[in-house]
Design a protein around this ligand. Structure first.
Ligand SMILES: Cc1ncc(COP(=O)(O)O)c(C=O)c1O
Length: 396
């Protein structure tokens, strides 16, 4: 009665990140908030760049008629034009305002795109480990996720993705820089993926779209470049947001860009716009659209996260933990000592350190740390990490 059976199942299967959030609140209530080292949430602690405040104040002061009114569902034409101009340079493909739809964050964009592409029973191929919300998003639109393994270094396994593509495959979704591994897929891999998708589309008799989820595009280290999927495959849709790049996750602002050479590109854009309305977003937030239009190409300084990556990675490696060194985003994905991720994150909780088990990303045996936290938290946590791994001496 009341709540649907399907929604009840969703409530029971609530995400591991949310569960950790609740555990964190309990531990903070018991031991004091300053005692818990919380690495569970990808909620940037770095403040937005100063230019954000300046742009926000200017936009608030602007006297324009109907400033808070409805607008075209795709967003303000001048904002779409500004975003298209910037993305043209970044993605190496000339885009116009008509190729861009403003969204409520990457999450809103992903839902609008999946609603656009999926018929009931269609499939979306994702690579493990993956951002766990993808499963719910595909399900929202009658589809399901089909999972392919990645390579040992968490790079995409193009052959494994190919093996999962069949007549029901509407899209392949990739996320680089990756949550949870911090991996940036190299240009060669993206090129191979594009060539494979072209061949697989011919094989299955439908265009398999490539959906690239890129909210961490500007959070990269050591000169690593995030290659453009547009350069590799025309039937591509890029989804990005300003949640991580500009530290604005609460403002719910992002965008969708459709390659102008994609099959049915204009219809795809029109469908994303309609989906934005039908899903109840109606349009991306008005003020934030005007603000981000002034901040194209700007992002938080990734060096702030790189310092934390270096400290955390080096310290944990020194304690005997194993992980791939992240090239971007602000996550570290480590092997769970002893092999049981749940047992290990419980051992960390005993030390008041919060992490998310790998099974929350489809990969048991690992755990994720979000290092978008103050450096003092990293320092405070190290003794807990040392004691926790000491409890699992055999399985390192
Ligand atoms: C890979 C990935 N995609 C999408 C999102 C959603 O981002 P947004 O806040 O822009 O909706 C996140 C947020 O953590 C993410 O990690």
């Amino acid at each position: 009665m009341g709540v649907s059976a399907k929604m009840k199942r969703s409530l029971e299967g609530t995400s591991w990140i949310r569960r950790m959030f609740e555990v964190g609140a309990e531990l903070a209530a018991k031991h004091g908030p300053g005692k818990v080292c919380d690495f569970s949430l990808g909620n940037p602690d770095v403040e937005p760049p100063a230019a954000f405040q300046t742009a926000l104040e200017a936009v608030v002061r602007e006297r324009v008629p109907h400033k808070h009114g409805y607008m075209p569902n795709a967003g303000y034409p001048e904002v779409r034009a500004a975003v298209a101009g910037h993305l043209s340079t970044e993605l190496g493909t000339t885009l116009s305002a008509g190729d861009v739809v403003m969204s409520c964050g990457a999450a809103g964009g992903l839902n609008a795109v999946l609603k656009t592409l999926l018929d009931p029973g269609d499939e979306v191929v994702a690579s493990v480990p993956y951002f766990m919300e993808y499963g719910g998003y595909a399900d929202n639109h009658g589809g399901s996720l089909v999972l392919a393994p990645t390579r040992g270094d968490f790079n995409l396994d193009v052959a494994a993705i190919e093996a999962k593509i069949g007549p029901r495959t509407a899209a392949v979704i990739v996320n680089s820089p990756n949550n949870p591994t911090g991996r940036v897929y190299p240009e060669r891999t993206i090129r191979d993926l594009g060539a494979m998708l072209a061949a697989a589309s011919r094989r299955v008799g439908r265009t398999v779209y490539l959906v690239s989820d890129e909210p961490y595009r500007h959070v990269v280290y050591d000169g690593v470049k995030v290659p453009s999927v547009f350069a590799a495959y025309p039937h591509s849709i890029v989804i990005t947001s300003y949640s991580k790049d500009l530290s604005l996750p609460g403002e719910r602002i992002g965008c969708v860009a459709v390659h102008p050479g994609a099959e049915d590109a204009k219809t795809v854009v029109a469908a994303v716009v309609t989906a934005t309305r039908m899903l109840g977003f109606v349009n991306a937030p008005a003020l934030m659209q005007r603000v981000v239009a002034r901040l194209q190409g700007l992002s938080v300084d990734p060096a702030l996260y790189r310092t934390r990556r270096d400290r955390l990675y080096d310290a944990l490696a020194g304690l005997g933990y194993t992980a791939a060194r992240p090239e971007g985003a602000f996550y570290l994905f480590l092997k769970a000592p002893g092999g049981d991720d749940l047992a290990f994150i419980r051992a960390l909780q005993d030390e008041l350190v919060l992490a998310v088990p790998g099974r929350g990303f489809g990969m048991p045996g690992y755990f994720r740390l979000a290092y978008c936290v103050d450096e003092a938290v990293i320092e405070r946590s190290l003794e807990g990490f040392r004691r926790a791994i000491a409890k699992f001496p055999a399985g390192r």
